[in-house]
Design a protein around this ligand. Structure first.
Ligand code: HEC
Ligand code: CU
Length: 460
């Protein structure tokens, strides 16, 4: 047994030291917002109290052991006087912990109730749609939906859509996360928020219990099917704040990560503007797309009227460029699950999955990570180097073709899922050329993020 002692001690030490990484993504000791800071401010004195209690007890124990130890058996040392019960002492050492615990729990309740109430003030957002500037008073609120194994974020901006959301939640008899009304912005894995602004969250789940946790911004909050849990977030500075689902939710629980990207109010407004646009249609495919959409609308109208669908009018699908072929392949293979606004949003909702949703891909390329935050969408962005994009940031963003191709070829090989049970994305058995075209098309969906955002969001 003895020869295992050293390796065991070494392993223990390594595990212990591994907890000391100073750039750990999920560091709970680096608050980056007021909520996380109030938790931190509260926790630190408690650690100090714990340390004092620990040292006192250890000190007493050692002192007693030293003072009353048996010095020599042979000479028949006298036994120390045996004491049974000392009321005063017992009252003191029972009373002090009770007082400490009571104070800590009462203060905890106050803090919890503070973390549960948000007082978000409305934020005036100007955004542009089709060249026309519009403006809304946004009560900063993001609907967070957990599902196996990724997070969706929904932004309801216009008064009508906010009213529809509230009505939906109020009238929901089973699970409010099902059939949520359309939101102006839907994104996945990366939530985007303006800084110095309290953001109210409404956390839900489409399937099992998940838990939303961005340690730098606030504590954990469970996502429960059938409920809407309130929570809030606020960030001091622009940056990326990492998170991880913290309620075991099945096969790929550990690959259900998330990030919050905080940015200045001006950058946030620009982000909103960009997210409000529909996806660009690859050059040369506009006519076919318009006709395909008309057909979808006609089929939908006929269905509603209880008639037979009219014959399709869209002619031969365009196939000159990779992007065109990719769009056509998307409509044929992916559109039953994924939404791209401007492509298949007509009559969309006939989703094949039990969890009821797949990530909205309209602005996929504006994110920096995919598949529940386990893979980067761009690579080769370097900290040092030339200003290749002419945007003042050095390094170049390269669309991560390899991982995207591997993902479309067989998602389960990258992220264990349960596609037969309609969890996660299935392998669709596409040939390599089609996959190439799809990846080229996906790159057109949304404006590139900054190289800085890509660098910041890489998990070391
Ligand atoms: C049966 C439904 C279904 C079909 C069909 C489908 N997907 Fe998916 N897809 C999903 C689900 C579910 C996820 C989320 C998986 C995860 O992260 O665990 C996903 C994730 C993705 C992602 C990552 C998105 C993100 O933000 O993380 C991409 C990219 C993607 N799919 C592309 C495609 C393409 C291209 C096709 C067509 C060839 C396709 N999918 C077909 C269900 C589907
Ligand atoms: Cu989860």
């Amino acid at each position: 047994m003895r020869r295992f002692r050293f390796p065991a001690a070494l392993a223990g030490l390594l595990v212990f030291l591994a907890g000391c990484a100073d750039d750990a993504e999920l560091d709970t000791f680096k608050p980056a917002g007021p909520d996380a800071k109030s938790i931190d401010d509260f926790m630190k004195p408690i650690w100090v109290i714990c340390l004092v209690v620990f040292l006192l007890i250890l000190g007493f124990t050692l002192a007693v052991w030293y003072k009353f130890r048996v010095k020599d058996y042979d000479e028949g040392d006298e036994w120390p006087t045996q004491v049974h019960g000392n009321t005063k002492l017992e009252v003191v050492w029972t009373g002090i912990p009770i007082v400490i615990m009571a104070v800590v729990s009462i203060l905890t309740l106050f803090l919890l109730s503070d973390l549960n109430t948000s007082s978000a003030n409305a934020l005036a957002i100007d955004y542009e749609v089709d060249g026309v500037t519009q403006s809304v008073e946004w009560e900063p609120r993001v609907v967070v939906v957990g599902q196996q194994w990724w997070w969706e974020y929904r932004y309801y901006l216009q008064p009508e859509s906010i009213a529809a959301l509230d009505e939906h939640i109020e009238n929901s008899v089973t699970n409010p996360a099902n059939d949520l009304p359309p939101a102006e912005i839907v994104t996945s894995t990366q939530m985007v928020i303006p800084i110095n602004q309290e953001i109210e969250l409404s956390i839900m789940s489409r399937d099992v219990v998940h838990s939303f946790w961005i340690p730098a911004l606030n504590g954990k909050r469970d996502a429960l099917p059938g409920r809407v849990n309130p929570w809030k977030l606020e960030a001091f500075e622009p940056g990326i704040h990492f998170g991880q689902c913290t309620e075991f939710c099945g096969l790929s629980h550990s690959r259900m990560r998330m990030q919050v990207q905080s940015m200045t109010e001006a950058d946030f407004q620009a982000w909103v503007s960009r997210q409000m646009s529909t996806a660009p249609i690859p050059a040369g495919a506009e006519e076919w797309m318009a006709a395909t959409r008309d057909d979808a609308q006609a089929t939908l109208d006929a269905e509603t009227a209880g008639q037979d669908a009219p014959p399709p009018t869209a002619g031969e699908a365009p196939s000159d460029t990779a992007e065109q072929r990719g769009l056509v392949a998307f409509v044929g293979n992916c559109a039953s699950c994924h939404l791209v606004n401007g492509v298949n949003d007509i009559g969309y909702g006939d989703v094949a999955l039990i969890s009821g949703a797949a990530p909205n891909l309209t602005h996929l390329a504006s994110r920096t990570t995919f598949a529940g935050g386990i893979l980067p969408l761009y690579n080769d962005a370097e900290e040092e180097g030339e200003d290749l994009n002419g945007n003042g940031i050095t390094g170049e963003l390269l669309w991560n073709r390899n991982d995207l191709e591997a993902w479309i070829r067989n998602p389960a090989a990258i992220k264990a899922n349960f596609a037969d049970g309609q969890r996660g994305m299935p392998a669709l058995g596409l040939d390599d050329d089609t996959i190439d075209d799809l990846v080229a098309y996906l790159a057109t969906l949304g404006e590139q993020p900054t190289a800085q955002a890509v660098l910041d969001s890489l998990v070391d």
